[in-house]
Design a binder for this molecule. Structure first.
Ligand code: 1CP
Length: 360
């Protein structure tokens, strides 16, 4: 396997020296790009893009044609797993992802189909290998999955419930924790197998999105989210040097869970913008890399404001020791109303202002 031409992301995730802070952006392929909107209209739906490996590859590459990003991320969605398990995923134009069926009782749970990702989610693995070929080792490809808890929130409440804070999932946690654990344990199996299959298909780093972990009390978080993710990380394969590909856990409201993440054995934590990176670094020390955490709403302001705010994020991490172990990203996904030129301003600011934190 020829080496990566740009390995900044991998090096930063492993806390090795780099010349500048690498940057990629959550939802970097998406609706803020006119070429994405056009292809999606032609394909007919979001899932039609995901399920066609050539189209998924084309969408993945769209932001890379415009911007000098340090990583590609598989174009897919975390909800492909519940879909393959039989819940019937569809996207409503106004409400986003929706399910035809949800999990309310043990009978629903028993009806969930155990999945073999290489069969039931073949289209994802084909997209991964197609994208890897197209990238020609220029930059690494990030694979991903949702955390068991975050997938369970959608599977229990149905789609469209994020604004309400997934009340049915939160109620099940207290009224029927046994059922919730049984669901989460099924998801531990499915997510582990899915990530292993993505590694085999060519993913070079992994994200686990625990977007809704921050909805839980610290005690519930430990039992119902963190421990399930730790189990997944422990199941990922290691090569003959005992190394596995770097894994990043993203969670909104993740500050208070940082010590648990260190114990879970991941390589990096993605944080939202409510965390201060210097505080986070003081907790994780040199054991973990950090990814984040510009407020995505800043991309709706001017290029001057973007530059000022990028400098603050770089300084909040780099002023403590250096920029080593920092991956620049937004604190959550880029929104559809961002002008593409503001994305360009963001990347330019990171390229211009981060090298000073990487002088040896
Ligand atoms: O065209 C469209 O309207 C679809 C919009 C869209 C896109 C571009 C959805 C629906 N998903 C995606 C792609 C996607 N989703 C990626 C692609 C790679 C990238 O460029 O980053 C990734 C990694 C995801 C992951 C995802 N999906 C998460 C975790 C990350 C996060 O944003 O917190 C979650 C929670 C989802 C569910 C989902 N899928 C789509 C939407 C709009 C949502 C969120 C719904 C909600 O608010 O509850």
């Amino acid at each position: 396997m020829p080496p990566l031409q740009n390995d900044r992301l991998i090096r930063a995730l492993l806390r090795q020296p780099v010349d500048r802070t690498p940057i990629w952006v959550m939802r970097q392929a998406g609706r803020y790009l006119p070429e994405y909107r056009q292809l999606r209209a032609q394909a007919g739906s979001f899932m039609a893009l995901c399920q066609n490996p050539e189209l998924a590859c084309e969408v993945t590459l769209q932001p890379l044609a415009r911007f000098d990003l340090d990583a590609a991320i598989l174009f897919s969605d975390i909800l492909t797993i519940p879909d393959a398990m039989g819940l019937g995923l569809y996207f409503s134009p106004n409400e986003g992802p929706m399910f035809e069926r949800t999990i309310t009782c043990e009978k629903d749970l028993l009806q969930l189909k155990p999945i073999d990702p290489n069969q039931d989610l073949r289209y994802v693995m084909d997209a991964v290998s197609t994208i890897r070929r197209a990238l020609q080792n220029r930059i690494p490809l990030i694979g991903f999955a949702g955390s068991p808890w975050t997938l369970a929130t959608y599977m229990i409440d149905g789609g469209g419930a994020s604004k309400k804070g997934f009340p049915k999932a939160q109620t099940m946690l207290y009224s029927n924790p046994k059922l919730l654990h049984a669901l989460l344990d099924k998801l531990v199996d499915a997510v582990s197998d899915y990530l292993v299959a993505q590694i085999e298909a060519g993913a070079q780093a992994l994200m686990i999105f625990d977007t809704w972990g921050g909805l839980l009390t610290p005690a519930a978080y430990e039992t119902f989210s963190q421990q399930k993710m730790a189990e997944i990380v422990a199941r990922l394969p290691k090569n003959h040097d005992g190394q596995r590909i770097p894994v990043v856990l993203f969670t909104k409201g993740g500050m208070r869970n940082l010590p648990g993440f260190v114990a879970a054995g991941t390589d990096a934590i993605g944080l939202d913008w409510t965390a201060d990176l210097s505080d986070a670094k003081a907790i994780v020390g040199n054991q973990l890399a950090l990814q984040g955490n510009l407020n995505p709403n800043i991309l709706l302001s001017s290029s001057e404001t973007i530059e000022t705010e990028v400098k603050k994020v770089l300084a909040s991490y780099g002023n403590v020791h250096s920029g080593q172990g920092h991956v620049f990203n937004l604190g959550h996904g880029i929104t559809p109303d961002v002008p593409p030129e503001n994305m360009a301003a963001l990347i330019e600011a990171v390229k211009q202002h981060s090298p000073q934190y990487h002088q040896t």
